[in-house]
Ligand binder design. Structure first.
Ligand code: AMP
Length: 490
């Protein structure tokens, strides 16, 4: 199960939440295009509408009107290659003896099967194989014995992995972030209420004011009348494990995550690329759109110093920034196409060279990451066929050598071009005249954080969670399921 998604939650004083949730999901569309859903509560009952497809297609006027109530949560789900499964579309909603629950989840649990088995043995029946339903059942069970806060705490002590959740229990909207804060989640203030969202761009879209990031291990409960929020630090971890790839690729550049504006982080990563592995070529160009901020930082740094780190002479024009590839905006993400043949064709559909900026030139092409190598391989060939004299690739992240278990669909180890090749071998395979990446240490430095506070699993093969068959980079052990309900008394 890979669930790289977007979540929102809204509580308002006296106005239906359906529209703010809908616009919030629109702002988070990049985080998931497979399905979109909203669950609201009107004080008496839940209303739910979940559908496959993009946000704009999933709801019509009538759907939004039927979603009554001043409290609600929403979700956009990331596509996983191949199968499309409606039973995993979210928010997950259900009514238990302990009240109605709605759950939107971004992330991925690594011990969901153990908890599902445990709960199934106690008589819980499951309708999907998703981990969100496991969290919902666990929480419902705890709510039979505990108040809301203690029940959430108990569930947090049992689930292990990555999660940013928006939860609705009857009319109460809450946000929770896993103790290591792997996925983002933030809080914003609206004129007449509060909003929780995966990214701050959703708060901006609603005309709200960014309040702060939800802290790792924190539960934030929005007041039902939209007047405020309460905070509970339920679980503490020694270090955080923020996903560095949110900054590199996944999040919108106009979002701020854990105190950093993503666009600025990408520009700084681009500057660092120039400092570490700059090459003097006629032009530098981004792979649109993922490489754009990196290329602009790289080109800025190249204006100031030479590749050897010397200040530029007055008459030295440096490296020219140019758009050399035009993107067809109407082609979706090539990465998620199920077959290699389709993926290759799709790169050509999506990107076309601008011959005048390429012909006869030496070119540096900048992207955020290489996963399977399909995009870079095709683009190097495309630029050379358009007359580029040399094509050098610079990548704003380290080589991706291992899969992501924390919710990003990164392909399997076998498919990852860097899993068994050196950087020069990858360069040869994609046909580039040279290839360079950033190191994990450079990424940590640019994000102004300790390396130990990042999740670097996909670039080191060592994870911040206890995953079967994989190495960890810290002292973590998953909870013993079947016994964890004991210690939840404060
Ligand atoms: P590939 O062609 O498989 O090497 O994929 C690299 C391209 O996909 C780059 O342009 C990235 O911006 C983009 N990319 C990287 N990670 C992902 C992901 N998890 N989902 C979709 N696209 C991605």
């Amino acid at each position: 199960m890979t669930e790289k998604c977007g979540v929102v939650g809204v509580a308002l004083a006296d106005r239906d939440v359906a529209r703010p949730l809908y616009y919030g999901l629109y702002a988070l569309q990049h985080r998931g295009q497979e399905s979109a859903g909203i669950v609201t509560h009107d004080g008496f009952q839940q209303h739910s509408h979940v559908e496959l497809g993009l946000v704009g297609d999933a709801f019509d006027e009538g759907d939004l009107e039927s979603l009554a109530g001043a409290a609600g949560i929403g979700h956009v789900r990331y596509p996983t290659a191949g199968s499309i499964d409606t039973s995993c579309a979210q928010p997950f909603s259900v009514s238990f003896k302990s009240g109605s629950l709605g759950l939107s989840h971004n992330g991925n649990l690594v011990n969901a099967d153990e908890i599902r088995d445990d709960l199934a043995a106690l008589g819980h029946a499951f309708t999907s194989d998703g981990d969100t339903e496991v969290i919902a059942h666990d929480l419902a069970r705890n709510l039979l014995e505990e108040d809301l806060i203690r029940a959430v705490k108990r569930t947090m002590q049992r689930i292990h992995g990555s999660y940013s959740l928006t939860i609705m229990h009857d009319e109460t909207v809450m946000g929770v972030r896993d103790p290591q804060g792997n996925r983002p989640l933030c809080l914003g203030k609206l004129e007449d209420g509060y909003v929780l969202a995966s990214e701050s761009a959703a708060i901006d879209t609603l005309g709200g004011e960014f309040v702060r990031d939800i802290r790792p291990g924190e539960l934030v409960v929005l007041e039902e009348d939209g007047s405020g929020f309460d905070s509970y630090q339920l679980v503490e971890a020694e270090a955080t494990a923020h996903c560095f790839f949110e900054h590199v690729y996944f999040a919108r550049p106009d979002s701020q995550i854990d105190g950093t504006l993503v666009y600025e982080a990408r520009r700084r990563l681009g500057r660092k690329l120039w400092e570490e592995s700059g090459v003097e070529t006629d032009v530098v160009m981004p792979v649109p759109d993922s490489g754009r901020a990196f290329a602009s930082g790289y080109a800025d740094a190249a204006d100031e110093t030479t590749a050897q780190g010397e200040p530029r002479e007055e008459d030295d024009d440096g490296v020219e920034f140019a758009e050399g590839l035009m993107k067809n905006r109407y082609v979706g993400r090539t990465f998620i196409m199920p077959t290699q043949d389709e993926r290759e064709r799709a790169v050509r559909l999506k990107l076309n060279p601008i011959t005048s900026t390429v012909e006869g030139k030496t070119v540096t092409l900048i992207d955020d990451s290489i996963v399977r190598g399909t995009t870079s391989n095709q683009l190097v060939e495309l630029l050379k066929n358009s007359g580029a004299a040399e094509v050098h690739m610079r990548i704003g992240a380290p080589p991706i050598v291992a899969p992501c278990y924390m919710g990003i669909n990164m392909a399997t180890r076998k498919e990852l071009i860097a899993s068994d090749k050196t950087i020069p071998e990858i360069g040869d395979e994609i046909g580039a005249d040279s290839l360079a990446y950033l190191s994990p240490d450079a990424v940590a430095e640019v994000l102004e954080t300790d390396r130990d506070d990042l999740c670097l699993g996909c670039v080191t093969g060592e994870y911040p969670y206890d995953i079967d068959g994989e190495a960890t980079d810290r002292d973590v052990t998953r909870p013993q399921i079947g016994q964890a309900t004991v210690d939840a008394d404060d």
